[in-house]
Design a protein around this ligand. Structure first.
Ligand code: F6R
Length: 371
């Protein structure tokens, strides 16, 4: 049931304040006078000690699920101190890459039925790794075959392009990082700030959803373009990849997510006065580097659309010459949840304006059960 919405993708984008609330329900402990704020992930509690002792944590997934894991990687590294490796499921299987008994492998999949991810799971089980599942479907193959699991609880997603499952996956993996890091006193303050940020996140998502009309106007400007680049780094490298994936899969416009640190190693050659480029430059440790990327793209006459933190438009728009999109500020590791929303809205409006099927894009299936 689409309710007041015209399409499932639109409904699912706008449902994110509620889906995030459901994902966190019962899992965040508010703390009190003698009790610290913490996270409770029931499905993991018997395995946390093993996970903390593992040599590596290996994230494995495809498409949007891989991107969600990439968004959570920095906070997991920071709070756990464990090496975190990223693997695209098919590539791990193709290479028969090394997986050890001392590894914790984490399988991220909205459907829990993706053939490539399942095959990688079989491979990790054969190699004796601890296998953790993060899925949105109770009773799915990945949920059944992993040793322990966290349910995403985002609610059923019908649009083929994943939106609310993506943001809930990031939140689940941020909670995973908090749970693994829970025994470290030195990061207690940081963890509590993130937990406060999680409590407030649905409100901040409501706020960013108010950009709907602004993103529709931007879509009108971009409707006839051939291509769109999205530059990000740090926490928002994943946002660049995921934003580009959304645009290409539904609006059928070529789009590429680019790690801004790689700009001079090739992509800069593409920059001219016609190609539109989204630069994600919200406040975090990478902000000044992104300011310098903006200046360099501007010097080459790049057509820039800069996503920045509220109040920062003047400091990123090189004298008012770039279009800006201002988003609410949250804790740095949660910022990808906010920053993807305007790009989801842009992909949605571009598709509707271009007259394509937004809920069932050409050639794609919701659940990819064949290889
Ligand atoms: C894109 C999208 C896909 C899936 C991928 C993996 O919007 O949804 O990239 O993320 O096919 O699917 P799951 O998460 O079900 O394993």
């Amino acid at each position: 049931n689409k309710g007041k919405y015209e399409h499932y993708m639109q409904k699912e984008i706008h449902e994110q304040p509620e889906s995030l609330t459901t994902t966190m329900r019962g899992r965040l402990i508010r703390g009190g006078s003698c009790k610290a704020k913490s996270v409770l992930l029931g499905g993991l509690k018997d395995h946390l000690r093993t996970i903390r002792r593992s040599r590596r944590i290996v994230f494995i997934g495809c498409g949007t699920s891989y991107n969600a894991a990439l968004a959570a990687r920095p906070i997991l590294e920071e709070l756990s101190g464990i090496i975190v490796i990223m693997e695209i499921a098919s590539d791990l299987v193709d290479r028969q890459g090394p997986i050890y008994r001392e590894d914790t492998t984490v399988f991220v999949s909205q459907s829990g039925e993706t053939a490539d991810t399942l095959q990688a799971l079989e491979y990790a089980l054969e190699n004796g790794a601890l296998c953790v599942g993060i899925t949105n479907t109770v009773g799915s193959a990945i949920a059944r075959h992993t040793h322990c699991r966290i349910h995403i609880n985002a609610g059923c997603e019908i649009g083929v392009a994943s939106t609310k499952a993506y943001t809930s996956q990031i939140v689940v993996m941020a909670m995973l990082a908090l749970a693994i890091g829970d025994d470290t006193i030195s990061s207690q303050g940081r963890r509590e700030a993130i937990i406060d940020g999680l409590f407030d996140l649905p409100n901040k998502v409501k706020e960013v959803l108010k950009l709907d009309e602004e993103m529709k106007d931007l879509a009108k400007l971009l409707i006839a373009e051939q291509s769109l680049l999205v530059f990000g780094r740090g926490y928002n490298y994943a946002t660049a990849l995921e934003g580009a994936l959304k645009v290409k899969e539904v609006s059928l416009m070529h789009s590429e997510g680019i790690l801004a640190g790689e700009m001079k190693h090739g992509p800069l050659a593409l920059v001219d006065e016609t190609l539109p480029i989204v630069v994600i430059a919200t406040r975090d440790a990478c902000f000044s580097k992104q300011q310098s990327v903006i200046q360099q793209l501007h010097a080459r006459k790049g057509r820039l659309i800069v996503m920045c933190s509220k109040g920062d438009a003047a400091s990123v728009s090189v004298g008012g010459s770039c279009r800006t999109v201002e988003v609410p500020v949250v804790e740095d590791c949660l910022q990808p949840v906010i920053n993807i929303v305007p790009l989801q809205l842009l992909a949605y409006h571009l598709t509707v304006l271009r007259g394509y099927n937004v809920d069932q894009p050409r050639n794609l299936a919701k659940s990819v059960t064949t290889q």
